[in-house]
Each structure stands twice: as structure tokens, then as C-alpha cells.
Design a protein around this ligand. Sequence first.
Ligand code: FPP
Length: 220
Amino acid sequence: MTIPRHIGIIMDGNGRWAESRRLQRALGHKQGAEAFRTLAYYCRDIGMDYLTVYAFSTENWKRDKSEVSAILRILEDYLIEAIEKMAREGLRMRILGDTAPLSERLRKLIAEAHAIADTYTGFTANLCVNYGGRDEILRAAKKSSETGKTFEDCLDTTGLPDPELIIRPGGEQRLSNFLLWQSAYSELYFTNTLWPDFTPKDLDKAIKWYNERDRRFGGR
Ligand code: FPP
């Protein structure tokens, strides 16, 4: 069985998970963050190098103010915890996306997490926050023309291998502006399971499915 080096996940279905239990949507996101925590440790343990998840898109600002602030608050709490224990747990955490519009507090926490991640190597969990694939491509094109660096060196994912596999729980079958450049040859796996219910067993199933794919990259 080949374990992909890099898997991307669109964490969809938190709202429906909560609503079906007559809970507030924010509680679905909280449970979604727990599913992420469990899965990140699992990815580290099975020898993956990168897990990249879509936590907050450039379009998610359109949601109710209370839901937006609940998601950002969960992120904040998560980062505080990560800063405290990520080095001990052999897990690096990075934020991808345009962080400029985020609160100063959140940007400080992100800088702190990145500074710690820079001090060692090993499994990395990337959280996409205020991330959109088109926005990333535009920012990279601008930066590349201003600095003369190659386009790929200006992407948020610079230095990372492209994800071999992208997983979308929650029943929809689309990319929704996630890793548009990097997903050119990714295998796409969809499942109806809602994200808060997604377990390491579901990841095993997706990896098994991935192993049955015939990847040709345009060749024969
Ligand atoms: C999509 O479900 C999920 C989001 C827009 C937010 C995801 C955010 C988190 C899991 C919390 C922060 C993450 C971490 C890992 C600290 P949806 O709300 O669109 O669900 P629905 O389609 O059922 O309404």
C-alpha cells in the first residue's frame, strides 16, 4: 500500500452535522476541529508528510457574523494549544492563505506557530485560512513579477509536493476554490460522510481507493 505524501481535505458538512442534532452550527465547527485533531495525529503516525485542510475560504466571510467569529475563535484556541504542544508532539502547523485581513491577535499566533515549526522537521499540518485558490494564484503572480522569483516559489504551498489525493466529505463533488494550481493531477475522493464524523478508518478507505487508481499524468 502506498501512503500519499500529501493529502488535501475539504472539511465540509459541519453545519449539517450540527443542524441534524438541533445544535448551533458553531458546535459543528468545534466538532470538525476535533475530527481534524484526530486525523492529523493519525496522518503523522502512518508516515505522511503533509495534511492540508480547508478551514476558512475567501468566500466564507459571507456567512453570518456570528458563525464567522465562531470559526475564527476555534482557530485561535486551536493555535494557542498547538503553540504549547506541537513541538512535543512532533507535529508542525502552518497556516496557508492571505492572513493580512485577520485580527492582529490571530496573526501573532500564526507567526508564533510558524516560528516554532521552523525549528524542526517532520509531519506538517497546513490549515488554509482566508484561502482561495484563485486568490493564491493572483497573489503569487503579483509577487513573482515584483520579486523575479518563480511562480511556484510564490505560492502559499512553496516547497510542498502537490497533493496526490484530495478528499471531500459532505456529499458535494467539487473543489470549491481549494488548491486549484496544486490539484492539477490529484485523485479526487468524495464521500457522503459529514466531516465531524470522518475518522481514521475513513482515511484508510480513501487511501485504499487511491491505491487502486492508475495515475498517468497525461502519459499512457
Ligand atoms: C464547511 O462546513 C466547514 C467550514 C466552512 C469551516 C471549517 C472550520 C473548522 C473545522 C474549524 C476550524 C478548524 C480547525 C482545524 C482548527 P459547512 O459549514 O459548509 O457545512 P454545511 O455544508 O453542512 O453547512
